[in-house]
Design a protein. Sequence first.
Length: 225
Amino acid sequence: MLRQPGDRPSRAAVILITSNRGLCGAFNGNLIRMARDRVATLEESGTEVELHCIGRKGIRYFRYVGRAMATARDDIGDRPTSGHAVDVMEPLMRRFEVGELDSVETVFAKYNSPISTPPQILSILPVEPQGSDRKGGTAANFILRPSAEEIVGAILPLYVHNAMYRALVETAASEQGARRTAMKNATDNAGEMIDNLRRVYNRARQGQITQEIAEIVGGAEALKG
């Protein structure tokens, strides 16, 4: 999983995470747009891209435009588990290890707050190794039990699974925040529309009453004459 394929991977997997339901404003549209742009950028650079979609909104869009998908899952919903992350990543990890894939990225919604859920691209594979230390010197000579290879071999899969789990969870949380914001905006707009219509109705009713009073007074004056 630390294998570095170079600056221009020849085979890449892009995982798009969207929701199964709508009524959340531009949430899904923004995710789909970023995934579409990322796929186009990779293909323009000569990379062969396979698309994996999680969520009905993304699946329906790419089916509509005729884009082939390697996998399409709508069974995760808004309550993802670590098991779902393992199911998604294990086949891709095995293909990456044998060289069938050079990179794996996911397009997900980053949860900053209920009103800030921007789409983001997270590179999951390959795992980027960190520097030896903060000052740029040589790494300390630690004695590790078990060996460093065994430790890394056990930790890296967990790291990859957790990265995917994070993307699933943040997108689920972002979906709820986006839906709450969209419904609040819709409620506020509906309330404003009702107030405007009520004012128009009251003005029309007042005008009608005024006209009726004027007609009655005019008729009464005519009878007096």
